[in-house]
Design a protein around this ligand. Sequence first.
Ligand SMILES: Nc1ncnc2c1ncn2[C@@H]1O[C@H](COP(=O)(O)OP(=O)(O)OP(=O)(O)O)[C@@H](O)[C@H]1O
Length: 245
Amino acid sequence: MNRVNKMYANGKVAVKDVNLTIQQGEFVSFVGPSGCGKSTIFKMISGLIDQTSGHVDILGKTPRDAQKESTDVAFVFQDATLLPWRSVIDNVMLPLEFRNIAHSEKKERAYKVLEMVGLKEYTKALPRELSGGMKMRVSIARALIAKPKLLLMDEPFGALDEITRQNLQSELLRIWENEKMTVLFITHNVFEAVYLSTKIAVMTPSPGKIESMVEVNLPFPRKAEIRTDPQFSSIVANVSHDLKF
Ligand SMILES: Nc1ncnc2c1ncn2[C@@H]1O[C@H](COP(=O)(O)OP(=O)(O)OP(=O)(O)O)[C@@H](O)[C@H]1O
């Protein structure tokens, strides 16, 4: 993203002069108060809306072309948005529905991603039979089935209890390390951002901008104990400090 600005039709400047370069394979979190433009940035990256000025390049293409021509970009939202009448496996296969892939391969891929998120015993279950954490796992499996190069996650764990949240954070990191995709992750939780990320974009509102990019120089794989490491606390303190600008 190069000098990107977004002004909505009502004159609201949602993001101002955003410069952002993300290397393939990074895990970048966006933290900032409500209204600082995090979702606006995601909408521009995904081609849902256009920037007012500046340049956005996703994997060498415009966001709309990246969306249109391939399955390189996938999304996970806070609400798992599963179809209630479809079984877990049928929900997971949804992104491949209109693609010219043999049904047997679709199934094989679905089993693989469900195994990755620890749900291979639940392929035939209906969404209403699952807990909130399990629904989110299904949503992540559905995003992974098309083998995206870029995964956009908008507060995916915001509605989960703390234990489930921490379990899913560890699993997401394991999947990210294995699959080597790029993840962009919106969260309000500074601890979550530090645990997960290689870099954190700290955003401030009115107008929305990136106040700082904080590098998270903690080693991978990140064990749960890293959360009590002094270096972890010091990065949390840096991010919290920048948020208060
Ligand atoms: N379609 C729209 N028309 C006008 N203003 C909008 C529109 N969408 C968002 N905004 C405004 O742009 C600013 C940035 O909104 P955005 O949703 O990107 O923030 P956010 O950081 O994602 O917030 P939250 O954490 O609450 O989701 C806010 O002031 C919001 O009210």
